[in-house]
Design a protein. Sequence first.
Length: 327
Amino acid sequence: MAVSVIIKALNEEKYIAQAIESALAATAFCQSEIIVADSGSSDETVKIATGYPVKIVQLQEIEQARCGIGAQLGYQYAQYEFICLMDGDMRLDDEFITSGMDFLRKHPHMAGVTGHIVEMQTESLEYQRRIIRGGVEKNTGLIDRMNGGGLFRQSAIKELGFFTDLNLHAYEEYELGFRLRKKGWKLWRMDRLFARHYGHKTNAYSLALQRWRTGYLQGSGEVLRAHANLKDWKAIIKELPEIRLWGAVYIWWGMILLSGFSHISVFIVLLLTPLLIMAWRRGSVRLASYSVFAWNLHAIAFLQGLMSKRLDPKQHIASHILHGKDI
């Protein structure tokens, strides 16, 4: 059995070496290729990566950089029967690919398998909120998506026509899982480590605003835009509770606007209620303030994503091979 490891990268000079080294260690037992799919790094990411026996491919039109295009870029060059997807700020567990291949060999109806991701960055409010929230990343057994990556069966991806949707600024793993499940494939999370994720140390508010500027927060709206039929919309909204939360935010906005023109006391109560509830639930005014701030940004960005234009997700992505052409 052989595996293509795709490492998505954008300005990951701090972690790209450990990401590559962990992928090399995890694939030492089998035929493999390591593909660093770079979306236009302006730091030393590419220079550092050239010191390893990997293939480095870079997006030609850097202004198109987004989460969905990175994995698809790497997939264009992947040639082996299994595909392991990971981020450039991760450290892949040494034995995951061995376990994953064995699992997929024994379960031919499974399109992909992953494990747990341990968040190593806990200083930022964003990652504190993610850890407290838990969610789908904690589930084991059958899952609807493989957030953060995992091991995929190439034959399952070929049925879809493309790997990840190049239009998506986020939620690309969920959207991939949605298409696979529509085709009858299944996804599984083993109760074992997949990778350690080192994430960002940026101030949470700065990170949120950066994600606003880059379009990352539009992801949930873009997923609905990608599946413009009522049946799919119902399924997606059921599976993504955050979309229902954005709906509640819109109702909250409406109530604030209506009350602001008549009763100032009601206006103030409505304005503060979400903050007070979250402070009580989280036990932290600081974390509650950030949560409410993030909700509002996400709710606005959702509408932008829903109205976004789309390119053909099956189209070839213009790119350059920077290193390892003959590997």
